[in-house]
Structures are given as structure tokens and as C-alpha cells.
Design a protein around this ligand. Structure first.
Ligand code: ZN
Ligand code: ZN
Length: 180
């Protein structure tokens, strides 16, 4: 055994150590703006993370199909920046914008900046096809469900869904709502 001493470089901000001086110099320095503002070796400072996430959201809105609010055929929209579902109504969309949270926002942001999207409706219930497949999968090899049994299964599921199925909605990021 012939041990040798190694030296390392310490980041003056977070105290992590690195073998390479250049790596230590990059630690806690924002890769985007170069301000030494990040902590714990983060690659981007908080300001830049916010800018980057706003850019991502604008890009998503730009990439979506545009539907004018007046042509939109559901009565609920999703306002991404406020994480809220609101009535598909211009005044309600502005009400969703919490200007106490952004007191400096004059003029008000556009639908694009707010990230106004359509919604997708779905019903939560028992999927008869999935139950059918599960039964077949778990059965012996050449099992096949009789017509009577499969009909009963589909009837049972649809009756259950009618009585207990929950309707819900999620944002439809493929449909962006344009003003007007
Ligand atoms: Zn550091
Ligand atoms: Zn930065």
C-alpha cells in the first residue's frame, strides 16, 4: 500500500468539495444568468427557474390548437397559472386571476400568459373490457367466456357505472383557449 494525498476544492457557497477546481467554480453558479445565487449546487437560480417554467408554459400554449372562447363548446376551462377550473366565461377567467398574488401585473396578462386551456371529461367507473381481459388472463388456457356470461358482465358494469360512476375532468393541454 502506497497511499497518496489528494487535494480538493471546496465551493465557498455550499461547502461541497470537488477534485477539479473548474467543477468547484461552477457549483452554485446559475448556468443561465451566471449570478452566484443558487444554493446546494442547483444548476439554476430561483429567478431563472421561474423564467424557465414560464417559457415552458408559453411554449406549451403556443403548441396547442387554438379555440376562441366564443367557439369553445364546454362550459369549463382550466387556468394553468392559477391551477383552477373556472366557468368558460371571460369575466370568470379574470376573476380566477388573483391580482393580490401579482399586484404588479398591469396590464393584466393575456390568456396565453395565464395558460387558459380546455378540459377533457371522463367518467370514472368499472371498465368492463378490463374485467373481461383480467378474467380471461387468469383462467386456464383455452377458457372462453360464454356470451351469456360476458353480456351479464357488461350489463353489471354499466349499471354500476350509471349509479356510482364519477364524472371528472382534467386539463386538455392540446386545446388552448384564445381570447374573444
Ligand atoms: Zn456549491
Ligand atoms: Zn439565474
Amino acid at each position: 500500500m502506497n497511499p497518496s494525498k489528494v487535494s480538493s476544492w471546496r465551493c465557498s457557497c455550499c461547502g461541497r468539495t470537488y477534485f477539479e477546481k473548474s467543477t468547484a467554480e461552477r457549483c452554485c453558479v446559475c448556468q443561465r444568468c451566471g449570478k452566484k445565487e443558487t444554493k446546494n449546487g442547483l444548476v439554476e437560480c430561483i429567478d431563472c427557474q421561474i423564467i424557465a417554467s414560464e417559457e415552458r408554459e408559453l411554449k406549451r400554449w403556443d403548441g396547442a390548437r387554438k379555440v376562441r372562447l366564443s367557439d369553445y363548446d364546454d362550459d369549463i376551462v382550466y387556468v394553468e397559472s392559477m391551477e383552477r377550473y373556472v366557468d368558460a366565461d371571460h369575466d370568470m377567467i379574470w376573476e380566477a386571476f388573483d391580482d393580490s398574488q401579482y399586484p404588479e401585473r398591469i396590464p393584466l396578462p393575456s390568456y396565453r400568459e395565464l395558460g387558459v386551456y380546455g378540459i377533457e371529461r371522463m367518467t370514472l367507473g368499472i371498465d368492463a373490457n378490463m374485467v373481461y381481459e383480467q378474467v380471461c388472463e387468469e383462467s386456464y388456457d383455452d377458457y372462453s367466456m360464454s356470451d351469456e356470461a360476458s353480456r351479464a358482465l357488461y350489463d353489471m358494469c354499466s349499471e354500476w357505472n350509471e349509479r356510482f360512476g364519477e364524472s371528472m375532468y382534467v386539463p386538455d393541454y392540446k386545446t388552448a383557449i384564445a381570447e374573444g
